[in-house]
Each structure stands twice: as C-alpha cells, then as structure tokens.
Design a protein around this ligand. Structure first.
Ligand code: 26Y
Length: 816
C-alpha cells in the first residue's frame, strides 16, 4: 500500500492555531516557544493517533501473529524529532513553523525526555519498538506510566544530587492518548479459596484483599516511512474509589486504608537501580501490576478478535525483557486454570509456548529473587502455581539425573536457606520456549557459566540475538550532517537497511571523502563544544581528541580505570618534560543509583580531578575533563556524533552487550575496549586494525580470580600505576582536605579490586598510547573512522528484530 505523505501545510497550520487557543488558552501573538511546541505536537498527534487506531482496527493485524514486548522500562527519549522523521515531515514542518516565526530545532530542544528507564535495557526496548514499527511486525509494547522517570542529576561541589523528574507538562503530554475503555483491575494480598464447581470439580480461586485500577495510556510508535503505528501501552496505577473493603474483616479497616493509600502510589516512580536487585515490596507490586494489566489486555485483544483461548500461543508471543515481568507467567497460568478452568497440562501447553525470556546480565547481584513470605502475602495464588511449576521441573531433573541432589538444588526455582526465595531466572528458563542472550559472547557465557544444566535439560532453548540500535534516532536524526554526507554517496537506502553502509568502504581511501567525513566530525565536536560552554561555562578545544565514556556508573564498567589513566597523563605532563600527547578532552556522563555509595564516590572523584586539571595553568589545553550532568537520551544525541574515542572498558565477561559501543562506532568513533559483550562482534566487523582492544579476556579473568587476585601485586610493581593511584590519597584535588577521594582508591586496594582495574591498567595505558599516536596521522584516523561507520551495519536493531521474528517469535511482517 502507498504511504500517504501528502502534507497539507495550511490545514496543519490551522490545527496548530486551533490548539494554541483551545488547548493552551493563548494566542499566536502571545504564545511562547513552549506553547508553540505543544500546539505543534498536538497537531501532529492527530495523525499518529488516527494511524494508531487504524492499525489496531486493521483485520490483517487482528488476525496476524503478534509479539507483546513486556518491559518495566522504555527509555524512549524525546518523541517529536523522531516522529517527524518517521512521518517524513521534518522539512515540511520546519517550513510550516518558520512561517509562524518559530525555529523547529529550538522548539524540539524545548521537549523534556520521558526517562522511563534506567539505561541499556530500557533504551534497547525503545529501539526495538522503533524497529518493530519500521519492519511492520505486529507488536504491542507494554510498560508502566511512571509519574516520575529516572531522577534528574545535578552536582553540588562535585557530588551527585537527585531531584524528581517531571516529564509530563501540566497540560499533558501531547503524544499520549488515554484509553479508559482498556482499564483493568488488579488484585493484591488476600487468600486462596478452594471450592467445588457446578460439575463437582475441585477448583481454586484467589480472593484479593486489595484492588487497584490500571489505566492505559498509549504512545504512538510510528513506523519509518510506512503507515503502521503500534502502541506503547503504559499502565498507570490508580486507587479505586470508593474503597473496596468487602475482602477485609472489620479489624483490618485501617490496614486496608493504609495499603490503599500506598496502592495509589504504585506507579509514582521508576526504581533507579540498574543491575542491582534490592527486593523491595513496592517494586514487586509494580511488577505484578504491570504483568496483570498486560496479560489481561493481551487476552482481551485475542478474544475480541474472535480467537479461542486455546489458540493463544498460535497468535501471541510474549517477550519478557529480563526477569522483571516474570510474574506474567504464573498470572497467565492462574487465568487459564482458575478462570478458564483448563487442566494443568492444557494451561501449561499454552503458557510455555507463549513466553520467551531475554537475559541481560550474569552479575549475581542483578539476578532477581523474591522471598517466599513476601510472595505468599502479596500473591498467594501465584506462589502456589510457582510451587506447582517447580514440582514438575524437579520431576524432570530427577528423571534426567537420577539421585543427583546437587542438580535439584541448582535448578530448583526455590532457593533453599534460612528463608526460601523464588529465583526468577530459573522460573523463566523452566517456563519459556526460548531464552536468549544479547550478544554472542554473552550467550556463550549464559550457556557455559549461568545455565549449563538447563542447557542440557532443554537443548535448543538457548539462543543468541545480538543487540542493535535504531539507525533512525542514532544516525539519521542525531547526526544530520553525517547522514547527508552518507546519502550523497550511497543514497538513502541505509536508513532502513543499515548493511548498505558497507558501500562507503570504497571511499575510505578517498582524500576528499576523508576530509568531508572529518569536517562533519569537527562540526559535531563544535556543536558539543558550544553546548558545554553554554550549559557548563567550560571551554574545550574542538581540535582535541574527544574521548567519551557515557553509561550508568558501575564498578564493572570501570569509569575509575578511565580516571586512573587520566591521572597518569596528568602526572606525566607535569613531571616528565619529554612527555608529549595529542590534546584530549575526556568526556563523562553518567548517573549513579542513589543507593550505590561507591559509584557516587567515583563521580565525586572524577569531578574533583576535573576541577583541578581544568584549572591547572601548567596543563593548558592539552588535557581537559568534563563530567556532563544529567545524562539522558537527548544528551547522548549531542555527545555521540562528536565522539572520536568510545570507551568500552568493562571487565571481560561482565557487560552483556553494551549498545553505546554500537552507537558511537556507527557515528565514526574508534573503540578502545575489552573483549567483552558486543565489543567482540564490533571487532569482528571492523577488523583488528580499526579498534583498540586491550586487557584480560574472559578466560584470563576467571583464571586470575581462581588463582587468587591480589591488586597489590600490580600496585607494588608498576610505578606509573602506584603514582597515579596515590594521587587520590592526599589533598591534591581537595585542597586542605586530604583523603576525601580515598573511597575509590581504597576499593582498588584493600577492597580487593573486584573488577580487576589494576590488572588491566598497564595494557589500557598502552592502548591509549596507540590511540594518541594514531590520531597524529589524521589521514589514517579518517580512514579508520570511515570504516567504523561503513562496517557497523550489523548493529541495527532492525536486524535484531528480524532475528527475533525469524528465530524466536515466528512472526511475519504485515504491511498496511
Ligand atoms: C533487578 C533490577 C534492579 C534491575 C533493573 C535494571 C536489574 C537490571 C537492570 C538493567 C539492566 C541493564 O540495563 N542491562 C544492560 O542491558 C543492555 C541491553 O541488553 C546491555 O547492552 C548491557 O550490557 C546490560 O548491562
């Protein structure tokens, strides 16, 4: 079918005017940029909402197999610019708004990021929604409508401060539409009752003690250059009025109200933890609320389209983004068993063919477990069902490995101990038809180290789907200059088929193209330089190497390894008259979980070191350190196109994939990285000559830890390391207050250096030396940068989504 791209400027401008008056109660003569922007978005949303509904109503879609992407996080970032690109209206709307005297770029800068996610996992879900719509795979994204997204970060004397993130305007968020007809009720607490049904059969049912309402909000996910708009459906928790007390006896009246008040707050705020499970009751309530609403909505759609519940697995696949929505599995089973009265075998046959699970981490502290007590209190029927699943699982294990108690202990969904706990990852592997890791090496480690026995018990269940990023946001939109340059050489096909970037290879040696490419990079560096000057009052040199580490703050990501290298450069610049280096700006942006003390100390240390270095007259322009506050999608969109060097320096085996590594390589940055996550595949694509690999590989890491790692071995034998690390001990960076930066240093010495920072330091410094030398040869740097753009087409999330569709979901595209 043809795409309706005829844009009626007059009608659009009339709509903008209408919204200025009717929605914002202002007039064109009085409206500020904020009002103009909102009015423009309301006008544009007329189209996306209509297409959302048309897609939903399309019989082709209703009867097609579809995927439901369940995630507690969707880090979508600003929608307007991206939607304009997908709608093909960027130029037209630029002109239409200019005639109002409004500059589109400035208006877009006005939008706040909906930060409904923490980091990689949430951003991946957003890229996947974009690719599902671009590839026209029928899909619904299910998430939570948090009132506050990830906290806003600022620095006070170098220390992280958190403030609530209000992403919605008082007047509402123009792109979203409320769907009251889709509201659901969700129960908590209460008890399980046994009863005899009309056929004389024993049945069980859950009588919740508390009910809340789930209100649906739809955000339109606009397919690039097609007519499909799929919903990202976000559930908002609302208290049910009047209080539903029938489940409580009188003595519980006050308790009922207390929980009730709490329940109104279920979706108030996104938990800011990334890769660290805290096991909080409210978090489990959020998870169940999300799952109950989503599963009920999937069943509603399925049945409204006239399909039998017995055909659920034929028409719907439910993808679990990590274990966070695992409780959807016992929820579906509960509905099939207790409401549809299916037998266990029939219910299990449906549910175990419907769910698939993506694992994003091997870190033990990130693997979710929930105490039996909490589960039994909050979700008594689900706990019973989990025990039933486990009973059958243990039967299978005993059958496969007779008499092997150790296997039973390891594979059990229930972890025994002082308090029994439910292991959500085990529940997922046992109850889904497909489990996938997010990069080739990660998947191998899932098979080898995390679930070796499950891999034997369920051969073929474990898959790899290497992550990807959407080329629309992460190249076309964020880097318009590079996009134009690329398209001038190879046309625009790359936007939907990123592999076509390899056609750029033949220009890698072309001097003119090299100059054009570096010119674009320089312009992007200038844009970031201006941003830093304007927003931070700092002057940086756009001719310096822009060396970028942007990601959540975590010890395993080793921002402190980067810091140690900076300290070593500072030391050498001051103390070694022969030491020369290319000017470099080290750029950090990162949030630490508010409860992660050491992560916050590392931020403080980087900020204090930056303060001193940036103002040291002996250093001048040669070395600058910039920690940009409040890292978010819209900031990434400015930083990534400006990066020369991409820091991907996690301890081998710890970073499941990484996706920032892909974004920066795609935009022509060279990676300095370990053999970890998707770095391994980036190296495979760009070739060893076009990436700077250093450090221990995963087997060496494991061997070193097995033999007993002692950071002092490195500290005592490497003078540059010792000098650099000891700079943190005194008051060099905190005048008059010695020891203020001790926490970071301490963690690397007496603290045992759990992520082997010191073991990789020397090799890291060497790799950085190679970078310094290479940058001196601008021609060969240009060639390497071009080859990084040309050879990263694999890392499009369109390809990831096709992998899921072909290998896991068995989905066909439906074009409209
Ligand atoms: C349990 C809860 C506290 C929790 C919350 C968030 C646990 C984990 C997370 C987030 C994990 C995450 O972002 N993982 C990242 O997923 C990316 C997408 O697959 C990977 O690229 C990245 O390596 C991985 O760390």
């Amino acid at each position: 079918s043809t795409v309706n791209k005829r844009f009626n400027k007059t009608a659009f401008q009339a709509a903008v005017n209408k919204y200025l008056v009717t929605k914002l109660a202002t007039l064109p003569e009085q409206a500020d940029a904020h009002a103009w922007r909102l009015a423009m978005e309301y006008a544009l949303a007329e189209t996306t909402t209509m297409n959302l509904l048309a897609t939903e109503q399309d019989p082709k879609i209703k009867n097609a197999r579809s995927v439901n992407y369940l995630s507690l996080e969707f880090l979508i970032g600003r929608l307007t610019g991206n939607n304009l690109i997908s709608m093909g209206l960027y130029e037209e709307v630029t002109v239409a708004m200019a005639e109002f005297g409004q500059n589109l770029t400035d208006l877009l800068e006005e939008e706040r990021d909906p930060a409904l996610g923490n980091g990689g996992l949430g951003r991946l879900a957003a890229c996947f929604m974009d690719s599902l719509a671009a590839e026209e795979y029928p899909a619904v994204g299910y998430g939570l409508h948090y009132e506050y997204g990830l906290f806003k970060q600022s620095f006070n004397d170098g220390r992280q401060q958190e403030a609530p993130d209000v992403w919605r305007d008082e007047t509402g968020y123009p792109w979203e539409v409320i769907r009251p007809e889709l509201a659901q009720k969700v129960g908590f607490y209460g008890k399980v009752e046994e009863y005899t049904d009309n056929d004389g059969l024993n049945q069980r049912r859950w009588l919740p003690g508390l009910q809340v309402e789930g209100m649906a909000w739809d955000l339109p996910i606009v397919g690039y250059n097609n007519n499909s708009v799929y919903p990202l459906r976000l559930w908002e928790c609302r208290a049910l009025a009047p209080f539903s007390l029938e489940r409580f006896d009188e003595g519980n009246y006050v308790a009922a109200q207390a929980s009730h008040i709490q329940a109104g707050n279920l979706t108030k705020v996104l938990y800011p933890n990334d890769n660290h499970d805290k096991g909080k009751e409210l978090r489990l309530m959020q998870q169940y609320f999300h799952c109950a609403c989503s599963v009920a909505d999937i069943l509603r759609r399925h049945q409204a389209a006239g399909h039998s519940i017995l055909d659920l697995a034929k028409l719907e696949s439910i993808q679990l983004n990590d274990t966070h929505p695992t409780i959807a599995i016992p929820e579906l089973l509960r509905i099939l068993l207790d409401e549809h009265h299916l037998s266990w075998d029939d219910a299990w046959a449906i549910s175990s063919k419907t769910f698939a699970y993506t694992n994003h981490t091997l870190l033990p502290e990130a693997l979710e477990t929930w105490g039996e007590q909490l589960m039994t209190t909050l979700l008594p029927r689900h706990m019973e069902i989990i025990f039933d699943i486990n009973l059958r699982l243990m039967g299978e294990v005993a059958h496969k490995w007779p008499g092997d108690i150790e296997k039973l202990r390891k594979l059990s969904i229930i972890q025994e101990g002082d308090e029994r706990r439910v292991r959500m990852a085990n529940l997922c592997v046992a109850s889904t038809y497909a489990v996938n890791g997010v990069a080739a090496m990660h998947t191998e480690l899932v098979k080898r180290d995390l679930f070796p026995e499950f891999n034997e018990l369920f051969p073929g269940r474990l898959h790899n789907v290497t992550n990807g990023v959407t080329p629309r946001r992460w190249l076309k939109f964020c880097n318009p200059k590079l996009s134009a340059l690329i398209s001038s050489k190879i046309g625009t096909g790359w936007i939907k088929d990123l592999g076509q970037l390899q056609k750029l290879e033949k220009f890698a040696d072309d001097s003119q193209f090299q100059m054009d490419f570096m010119c674009v990079k320089k312009a992007n560096k200038q844009r970031l330089t201006d941003w830093v000057a304007e927003n931070m009052g700092l002057t940086i040199n756009p001719d310096a190497i822009f060396d970028v580490q942007i990601k959540r703050l975590h010890e395993y990501k080793r921002q402190h390894l980067n810091l140690l290298h900076i300290l070593s450069l500072y030391h050498r610049l001051i103390n070694d008259a022969d030491f020369k280096m290319q000017p470099r700006v080290f750029i950090f942006a990162s949030k630490a979980a508010p409860g992660y003390e050491l992560a916050k100390e590392i931020i403080f240390a980087i900020n204090k070191v930056a303060e001193k270095i940036n103002n040291d007259p002996r250093i001048g322009d040669t070395l600058k350190v910039v920690f940009i506050p409040d890292y978010r999608v819209s900031l990434a969109e400015i930083i990534i196109p400006a990066a020369d060097v991409s820091e991907q320096i996690s301890t081998a085996g710890k970073e499941a994939s990484g996706t920032g590594n892909m974004k920066m390589a795609l935009n022509g940055a060279l990676t300095v990285g370990t053999m970890d996550g998707a770095n391994v595949e980036i190296r495979e694509e760009v070739g060893d000559d076009n990436i700077f690999i250093f450090g221990l590989n995963v087997d060496e890491v494991q061997a070193l830890q097995a033999k007993g790692y002692n950071p002092y071995d490195y500290y005592n034998s490497d003078q540059l390391l010792r000098t650099s690390l000891d700079l943190l001990a005194g008051d060099e960076f905190t005048p008059g207050q010695p020891g203020l930066l001790n926490a970071t240093r301490h963690s690397l010495l007496a603290g045992g250096d759990p992520y082997l920072v010191l073991a990789d330091f020397a090799d890291y410094v060497q790799a950085q030396g190679r970078i310094d030398k290479q940058y001196g040869d601008q021609k060969s740097w240009a060639k390497m940068a071009i080859l990084n753009t040309a050879r990263n087409g694999k890392f499009s999330s369109d390809r990831s989504i096709r992998d899921y569709a072909n290998n896991i979901w068995q989905l066909n595209a439906v074009s409209r």
